[in-house]
Design a protein around this ligand. Structure first.
Ligand code: ADP
Ligand code: MG
Length: 588
């Protein structure tokens, strides 16, 4: 057995650094938190080569005195915590006294700082954990931390870094979240000399939303505010029509700290209840203030996980806050408000026993609440129809249009009863099949009369730059137009008439990090997604002509009974069922 020895300070802090400093974004996070704790009103971040070359953060906060600057970079050195008792009342973002020493042990770090009352500023230089010296210099009030050659002395760590694009995205996401959380701080973020985010620090969160997601998204976001005893929740969440395909845009801050907690986002999603379509997620940035004694942030060195003293209570409050907020903006109309009620005698109560918002899928809802009424797809699944090549698989009988209900559904009559058609799902199907028919041929593009400029969040705009060519193959023509701005010259022809910005957003929003989709896969995925967006929405009044066209086009589809995502486009109420429901025949 080798001898037991105490690790040297350098080795110990390198091991500890592994937990705090995983990648460039973690360095940015720690430095940001220090600047915020120091009361900064302006924070400027310069990144070079995705943070591998340089991460530099300057702030105008309280600074560090020349006598203390060397202590600041030692392990377990902090001005924010004195006793273990303090751990239960942490009001600062930092408290572990680990960040600077950890970062210093895996990079070449320089800290230059001046306090307002001091005439001189001091600089400490650390290289791979060794303090190279402290010198006096002239510098403005505040602190500049520059971290060069991250992981130069731990090549194993370097290998774990993702490609530059991904590392940059992580930084962008982090900085944009903090900019939203601290609207009174002026943030500036530069990548290789190019400004990718700037906020004014005037306290207006909606303005920051606009800087990140574009004006259109910013305008739509719903402001939420909720108080229950010592629990305060505020922030923004998206209306049901504005969603993403993943949860990445759901962000929580607790007492000013960004936390990544899946159960909090689950609570938020519960607040949306059935309002969202399957597989769609809102954008949200939620800030919670609560008694620090009720939330433990000291779970992991990176401080992104939390534990609540009363977990269920917190989740319940989040859910209620969101639900109330959504209802306040758009009370779900009752089905009794729809056109039918006035002309026909009331339907049996179990028919529509719930409040239903036409903005989401009635077919799914109805499936649950109408006993005995089978959506057409289900019946189809029970007795599979033979599919011959070139023979329409889901052939519909010829339908006669009766009219539109609730600006969301078409009513049609067939030889075998009544058909309720979800106009959105049906149109989605129609568009998708048009797209499929064009596949393999060059995709016709529709040039826009006036090119439209769209703004993308920094992280998406990098993706966009990489995908410009792929998008061109599917009918887009888009060119860079300044930082985070793109000029849309053409969109795929089948979407002419749709809002070009919306179509483009759909095309980029879901490119996952580290993903280079194959051309064909990209096309199909894009198509399904774009069809969903381009399809006529529930809530749109259609002219009789439009209703007829939609019905005819649906009849011509190969699989008219489901949308490209597999949900039913229609519900069939057979004559048989109607007779039973009206007590003319059978069981009742
Ligand atoms: P912690 O933030 O957990 O206290 P750090 O290692 O991040 O630990 O920082 C050590 C100490 O250095 C802090 O407690 C703080 O006093 C000081 N410090 C770090 N960054 C700054 C800054 N930007 N401005 C002023 N003081 C700072
Ligand atoms: Mg810190």
């Amino acid at each position: 057995m080798p001898k037991i020895e105490i690790l040297t300070e350098a080795v110990a802090s390198q091991i500890a650094a592994g937990e705090v400093v995983e990648r460039p974004a973690s360095v940015v996070k720690e430095l940001l938190e220090n600047a915020i704790d120091a009361g900064a009103t302006q924070i400027t971040i310069r990144i070079e080569q995705a943070g591998r070359r340089l991460i530099e953060l300057s702030d105008d906060g309280v600074g560090i005195s020349p006598e203390q600057i060397q202590v600041a970079v030692s392990r377990h050195a902090t001005s924010k915590l004195r006793t273990t008792e303090d751990l239960f009342h942490i009001a600062t973002l930092g408290f572990r006294g680990e960040a600077l020493s950890s970062i210093g042990s895996v990079s070449r770090m320089k800290i230059t700082s001046r306090q307002p009352e001091e005439a001189a500023s001091a600089r400490v230089v650390v290289e791979g954990g060794a303090v190279r010296g402290v010198e006096f210099t002239g510098a403005p009030v505040g602190t500049v931390v520059s971290v060069e050659d991250l992981f130069y002395n731990v090549p194993a760590r370097l290998k774990f870094l993702k490609r530059d694009l991904t590392e940059r995205q992580q930084i962008d996401t982090l900085v944009t979240r903090y900019a939203l959380a601290y609207p009174h701080i002026r943030f500036k973020l530069f990548h290789d000399g190019e400004a990718t985010l700037q906020t004014s620090g005037n306290g207006d969160r909606r303005e920051i939303f606009a800087a990140i997601y574009g004006v259109d998204v910013a305008r739509q976001m719903l402001e939420i505010s909720f108080t229950d005893e010592n629990f305060m929740l505020e922030g923004f969440t998206s209306p049901v029509g504005l969603t993403r395909s993943n949860r990445k845009e759901i962000t929580f801050f607790i007492n000013g700290r960004w936390v990544q907690d899946t159960s909090l986002s689950a609570a938020l999603l519960k607040g949306y209840h059935t309002l969202l379509m399957v597989g769609r997620y809102p954008l949200a940035v939620i800030f919670i203030r609560m008694d620090p004694a009720d939330v433990d942030v000291n779970v992991h060195p990176a401080k992104t996980e939390v534990r609540f003293r009363q977990q269920d209570e917190v989740f319940g409050r989040v859910q209620r806050a969101i639900r109330r907020g959504l209802l306040a903006y758009s009370p779900p109309p009752q089905l009794t408000n729809l056109g039918w009620q006035s002309q026909l005698p009331p339907l049996p109560p179990q028919f529509f026993s719930r409040q239903i918002d036409p903005a989401w899928d009635m077919a799914v809802e109805a499936q649950e609440s109408m006993a005995g009424v089978e959506p057409v797809v289900e019946g189809e699944a029970q007795k599979p129809q033979p599919r011959l090549d070139g023979f329409p698989a889901g052939d519909l009988p010829l339908l006669r249009l009766v009219g539109q209900v609730g600006s969301a559904y078409l009513v049609a009559e067939g030889p075998d009863g009544l058909y309720l058609i979800d106009q959105h799902a049906a149109h989605e199907r129609v568009l998708f099949e048009k797209w499929q028919r064009q596949r393999g041929q060059p995709v016709p593009a529709q040039a826009l009369l006036t090119p439209q400029v769209v703004q993308l969040p920094p992280q998406s705009s990098r993706m966009m730059n990489e995908q410009l060519q792929a998008l061109e193959k599917v009918g887009f023509q888009i060119e860079p137009f300044g930082p985070n701005l793109f000029r849309v010259l053409a969109i795929p022809a089948i979407f002419s008439g749709a809002d070009p910005a919306a179509v483009v957003m759909v095309a980029v929003e879901d490119f996952e990090e580290d993903e280079t989709p194959l051309q064909t896969e990209l096309e199909a995925r894009l198509a399904a997604r774009i069809c969903k967006r381009a399809a006529v929405k529930a809530g749109s009044v259609l002219s009789t002509e439009e209703q007829k066209t939609l019905l005819q086009e649906l009849e011509a589809c190969k699989s008219p009974r489901t949308c490209p995502h597999g949900r039913p486009t229609m519900i069939h109420l057979s004559i048989d069922l109607l007779e039973k429901q009206f007590g003319r025949r059978g069981s009742r």
